[in-house]
Each structure stands twice: as C-alpha cells, then as structure tokens.
Design a protein around this ligand. Sequence first.
Ligand code: PPS
Length: 293
Amino acid sequence: MDSTLRPELFDFHGVMMTHFFTDNWNNYQNFQARPDDILIATYPKAGTTWVSYILDLLYFGQTSTDRNKSIPIYERVPFLEIDIPGLDKGKDLADNLTTSPRLIKTHLPVQFVPKSFWEQNCRIVYVARNAKDNMVSFYHFDRMSKLQPESGEWSSFFQRFLDGKMLFGSWYDHVNGWWKKKETYSKLHYMFYEDLVENTGGEIAKLCSFLGKSASTGEIETLSGSVQFDNMKKDKMANYSTFPEMDAKISPFMRKGKVGDWKNHFTVAQNKAFDEDYKKKMTDPTLQFRTEI
Ligand code: PPS
C-alpha cells in the first residue's frame, strides 16, 4: 500500500477513528458473542499482543504446539473491528474461530463495544499502560504502520495525544471509561502493563484466578518465561513481522518493551506541560498509573 493512502482521522460519534475501523461498523456491532468468549480490550499500544499471547498459551499452548509455530497471533486472536481491503475482516475471523473459548481483541472505547458481549456476560480483560509510555509507543507505531495516520513530528504528535485526537480517541477517556465500567460489570479484569513488566508471574496468577483456570506455580513460571519480551520479539508468530503494511525497518513492532522509555522522548518542557494537563484530566484518585518501576 502506498504511503499516500494512509487513512485520515475523522470524528465518529465523538471519537477519532479511521475508516478501517468504521467501514464494518454495522456488521461488527451485530457480532454474536458466546458466554465463554474472552474479550481483550486495550487502548492501542498498551500491551494487547502481550496479553493476547499469554491467554492464547494459557488456553491452547499445551494442546496445540502447531498453533504456536504456524498461526500468527493476529489470527489466533482476531481484531474485531478491523476491515482492511485485501485482508480478512476481524469480525469474520472471529466468527470463524473454532477454539473454545474464542479470544477476541478490541481497541474500542467502552461505549462502542458490541452489546452482545454485555448480554452474554463475557469475561473481559482490559490492559492499561501509563500515558507517557503509551504515547511514545503509539508514535513509533504510527511511523512504521502504513495503516495508521501519519505520525508527523514528535512535538505535534505529543500535542495531538494531549488533545485526544488519536485513533480510538483520547487515552484519558479510554482508560477512565473502562475503569468506570468495573463498577457495574463484574466480569472485567483491569490490569496494568507496568505490573506485568514488574511481576509477570504474579499477573498471570491473577489472570488465572479471574478466568477460573488452575495453573501450578511451575506452569506459571514456564509461561512467564516464554512471554518475556526477548522471546516474543524473536517469535515470528508474535512479532508482526508477517503482517503486511508494517515496516519493522522504520521501527519494530516489538520495539523496547520497557517502562520509562518516555524519558528518552519527552523534553523537560513537554514533561511539565504533560503533568499539568494530566492532573486536570485524571481526577479519579482510584485510578493510578506508574511511569517508572
Ligand atoms: S497494538 O498494535 O495496539 O496491538 O500494540 P500492543 O500489543 O498493544 O502494544 C505494543 C507494545 O507492547 C510491547 N510488548 C511487550 N512489552 C514487554 N514484554 C512483552 N512480552 C511485550 N510484548 C509486546 C511492545 O514492545 C510495544 O511497546 P513499545 O514500548 O513500543 O516497545
């Protein structure tokens, strides 16, 4: 795809989107969820692939090793709302999954989630990442993925992130909207990228408990080892090197996998402006992020 075909952002019911995620809107809004479906929901670049991979290995890692070797993660865990000409629509991939449970990825803000997931009382895992690192990861992704709007210069990207004019909307609205949903929907497990980096095994144990899955300490340790950044980075089925339209030479999908890389991007002035703006937008004291560990 030619870079001139990069999609434009536009306001869609109050959220900035590109047509790749709205063209199939009516169809995916009618997605028929099953009670055992598991939805993995995130703001882009918050750790979707990591948690998708963990869940996939938890459910299917031991029974089907061929799956790990031959099916890319984006087919094992379809991206519900994606609709790119020439590629299978995420909704169709999800409909055609033969696994049980079906693992499904979404970046939709909570108010856009198809109603069937709520009606079927599906388990949902939401992963959130601190805004500063999330922003940096998003910037490099927009540079390397031709399916994304142009990143532009870092300084303009920085401002656009603060203004909430990003694909899938404002980070602030996304993490807050999903956090609030926990109050009324009990089958939502809200987890943080930083905790996963700090204590992968502990977070996997919490996931198992949420999913009602038993796993021994040894199994959790083995799984935790398999999903460390360096292992996933070299795994072609996890690192998106097989995905068309992404140029790992510009920036690899598995880029750094760290907490605190924002310090290599933010100027002192940007950091100050960010912190002041953050305080105004993030007023719920129960939702706290760590920008270093
Ligand atoms: S996407 O495109 O929205 O699905 O991207 P997503 O998978 O949510 O986020 C990509 C970032 O997650 C990092 N990542 C990991 N970090 C630590 N350990 C593991 N195993 C891991 N797997 C993926 C990935 O490197 C991206 O972050 P950055 O900061 O850009 O490196």
